[in-house]
Design a protein. Structure first.
Length: 321
């Protein structure tokens, strides 16, 4: 199988002169990740198993797991490990989930306290089998982390909660520090990539959170290499800025297995830099765009940078001294 790697020459007017290289199924060198082997990795792995918690790092086969776990950073996945939706890019199991684990919030809070986490990332499977899409459980988990580790900042990466405004409001009102909801791809590819989701509903979710809780940081991300165009990516940026999103992540899509959607191209580091440049021009407070970028990658560091970027912007606008 050959996969196209686009190499682009960028002009000031953003017109692209495209050429391509043909790669086999072998990944380019810039996508090499280190094997997950270290004392710190093994200790964190043991703690996760002891607390009977799920992580998206494992379920989604994240290539950064070794690096992040060595540093003591992980993204927990609540509400079980079985999703009610079937997205073409995702390696999380699909099926009929079990009952909600009522003890999970307490165990999660205890783990955060035991690890002395400064910044916590939490996500979940889609739970369309629940009336509120799992929103009330999300709130319980946020409250448990606050109770056990009050100084920990909380970043959440949510599903769309069956597109129910009452559920979105419930979670927003729990006031996490960062509210992330990924668009994942451009609208043209939704039917193939996210058949159960709706692009503009996800945009509205992000906009609603910002309108309801203006001081919460909002975040969203997309994958590239799925067959999108440069112009389509820029349009997604414009849509997200119109929704008031503060932080954008862009990373390379990697096919988990042969059963999943094929990689259409490996986007070069140069094009990622161009995406980052354009996103900053469009007004995002923070941008992370690289082949290895994932939603929770370096989330602790980026949160500090996000806060500082907001402070600088407010100072420039004369909102603070």
């Amino acid at each position: 199988m050959n996969i196209k790697v686009e190499i682009n020459t960028f002009e000031e007017d953003t017109n692209l002169n495209k050429a391509s290289l043909e790669y086999g199924s072998k990944k380019p060198d810039w996508l090499r990740a280190k094997a997950p082997m270290s004392k710190e990795f093994n200790e964190l792995d043991a703690l996760v198993k002891k607390q009977k918690l799920n992580t998206v790092c494992e379920s989604a086969m994240c290539p950064n797991r070794g690096e992040c776990w060595k540093s003591g950073h992980l993204a927990t996945m609540i509400l079980g490990d079985i999703c009610t939706r079937t997205c073409a890019f995702c390696n999380v199991k699909t099926g009929k989930p079990g009952s909600v684990d009522k003890d999970e919030p307490k165990r999660l809070g205890e783990m955060v306290a035991n690890l002395n986490l400064k910044h916590m990332v939490m996500t979940s499977v889609d739970r369309d089998d629940l009336d509120d899409g799992g929103a009330s459980h999300w709130v319980e988990c946020i409250e448990a982390i606050r109770e056990h580790s009050p100084s920990t900042t909380i970043e959440i990466l949510t599903p769309d909660f069956r597109r129910a405004e009452s559920s979105i409001d419930l979670v927003a009102d729990a006031r996490p520090d960062v509210f992330n909801h990924n668009l994942e791809t451009v609208p043209r590819l939704y039917r193939e990539i996210r058949p159960s989701a709706r692009y503009f509903a996800s945009l509205r979710l992000l906009q609603r959170v910002k309108e309801r809780q203006p001081d919460l940081y909002t975040k969203s991300g997309i994958m590239v290499g799925l067959g999108e165009t440069y112009t389509e990516v820029l349009q997604v940026m414009d849509d997200l800025r119109e929704a008031g999103v503060d932080f954008l992540t862009i990373g390379q899509y990697l096919r988990p297995t042969e059963k999943h959607y094929p990689v259409k191209e490996y986007v070069t580091p140069e094009l990622f830099k161009e995406y980052e440049r354009m996103a900053k021009i469009k007004g995002f407070l923070m941008v992370s765009a690289s082949p290895m970028t994932r939603s929770s990658y370096h989330a602790d560091k980026f949160f500090k940078d996000l806060v500082e970027a907001k402070r600088k912007k407010d100072a420039e606008l004369g909102l603070i001294d």
